[in-house]
Design a protein around this ligand. Structure first.
Ligand SMILES: [Fe+2]
Ligand SMILES: [Fe+2]
Length: 471
């Protein structure tokens, strides 16, 4: 009798193959996965095994079919048993991944604490609007009061709802505002001065990154202290949370910890910036829903890359996670058209999670220093259009670098693990510090900016003054 694989066996194999193929397609279609594959060789190894498992089944079928007339029935049957074991194992593993990874990736936290966020849309007085957004488990009506000495606004949901959104619009420069959600404590923040004198301050902002809520080597005490320090400094008008906010973007309990901590310890409006850890497998769905609900108006760009104008100071937030994997032709085109449109005498400050020029080390098989892709594909645009300052995280240290007129700053680490010794020093490095956690504060004036690197308790580590890039 001729050896046959059998229709039933083929059907099971085909189902398993399709199942794992769809999962692999899904995983690689998520933002950040190609970066993970390219920049972390430990995960590349794991992903290669998973991809290999998918192709093992058709390979076994092919081998059995080619040898169907050569193998005796005993060996052929053994081959079929092996095929079934692999197919059923792959099917069960795919089912487990669906339930434990894919389903949670699309399940949002029922309730989140209110957080004040900068809206990438300016009001009538040249200051970006801000909004409070939060979710409640049951549909309720929540009232929010906000205002200043000159007037108070009261907002109430028009009907019971689980999603609450309040816009604080047309904010005036140099004004202290308060906001109060329901019966909770009043919180305050101060808007940018937009001073009209030559030496006055336009805006003061802080940038911190790599919070890693939920990470194995997080320091939650120092992270919370950092939030309090920034929040208690009424000179700081906005806080860029520059990526790697949570350790795993698809894990809701980490997002809950983030919302609880920021709600309890920070009153300054935040600008959430996407990092590679925030996107991890399916995390983007959470980031977009928690920070950029449909009511948010983005004047120029999208939730992942956009422009925020504070008078003549222009922030360009980019989606650069691991490298250039998400720096698509459309993001590049957008960046170039923004850079072209901004007058030379205005400030252009780029903020992205991943770095460009940087000192670093070798991690999981790749050099995490002077980034081989971002410096080739993105930095030339910064140089061509005389970007004044580029601030990034990803490498967990503080650094100041300068290359062809562009100043690059790494804002340090604000909760995640301290870095391993920096064994590679960039030739463009002016100053490097990796001994403690902290953040960067920037005071922007018409012709120069002060860069103050601080520890989480506010102690100054180093202070620099840079001029505008007028090359
Ligand atoms: Fe990080
Ligand atoms: Fe990162």
């Amino acid at each position: 009798m001729r050896n046959k694989i059998g229709r039933g066996n083929l059907l099971i194999t085909l189902m398993s193959f399709l199942f794992i193929s769809v999962l692999e397609w899904w995983a690689f279609s998520q933002h950040g996965t190609w970066g993970l594959y390219n920049w972390n060789y430990d995960y590349r190894y794991l992903l290669n095994i998973i991809i290999g498992l998918g192709f093992l089944m058709p390979a076994i079928v092919l081998v059995l079919w080619l040898l169907r007339n050569r193998l005796n029935s005993k060996w052929f049957r053994a081959g079929k048993v092996f095929l079934m074991v692999v197919s059923i194992a792959v099917f069960v593993a795919s089912l487990a991944v669906t339930f434990f990874v894919v389903v949670p990736a699309y399940s949002l936290v029922d309730s989140t604490e209110p957080v004040l966020t900068v809206e990438p849309h300016s009001g009538s007085f040249g200051i970006p609007n801000a909004y409070i957004y939060f979710r409640t488990k049951t549909a309720t009506v929540v009232s929010v009061q906000w205002g200043s000495n000159t007037g108070i606004h009261t907002f109430s949901d028009s009907a019971p709802t689980k999603e609450h959104f309040v816009r604080l619009s047309d904010l005036r420069p140099g004004t202290q505002y308060f906001y109060q959600v329901g019966n909770t404590d009043r919180k305050t923040f101060t808007t940018p001065l937009l001073s009209s004198t030559n030496t006055g301050t336009l805006v003061t902002f802080a940038v911190g990154s790599d919070f890693h809520y939920g990470g194995a080597d997080e320091d939650s005490k120092e992270r919370t202290q950092g939030l309090k320090t920034i929040s208690n400094d009424s000179n700081i008008n906005m806080f860029f949370m520059n990526g790697d906010i949570v350790d795993l973007g698809m894990t809701n309990k980490y997002w809950t910890r983030f919302f609880n901590d920021v709600n309890a310890n920070m009153t300054t409006p935040i600008v959430p910036v996407l990092g590679n850890h925030d996107t991890l497998i399916g995390g983007l769905y959470h980031f977009e829903h928690y920070f950029y609900p449909k009511q948010v108006s983005i004047e120029d760009g999208n939730p992942l890359y956009h422009r925020i104008d504070v008078g003549n100071v222009h922030f360009l937030v980019l989606e650069v996670l691991w490298g250039t994997e998400e720096f698509t032709p459309s993001q590049k085109q957008w960046l170039e058209s923004e850079l072209k449109s901004i007058p030379q005498q205005d400030w252009v400050i780029v903020i992205s999670h991943c770095f460009y020029y940087s000192s670093g080390d070798v991690e999981t098989g790749r050099e995490w220093s002077d980034h081989v892709d971002t410096t080739k594909q993105i930095s030339p645009l910064f140089e061509k259009y005389h970007v004044d300052l580029v601030i990034s995280g990803h490498n967990h240290h503080m650094e100041l670098l300068s290359k062809d007129g562009v100043t690059y700053a790494l804002d340090g680490v604000m909760g995640g693990g301290l870095p391993a010794p920096r064994t590679i020093i960039s030739r463009y490095s002016k100053w490097l510090y990796a001994d403690s956690r902290g953040f960067l504060e920037v005071v922007v004036k018409p012709n120069q900016a002060e860069l103050i690197f601080k520890k989480d308790d506010g102690q100054v580590i180093q202070h620099f003054v840079i001029s505008q890039n007028q090359q």
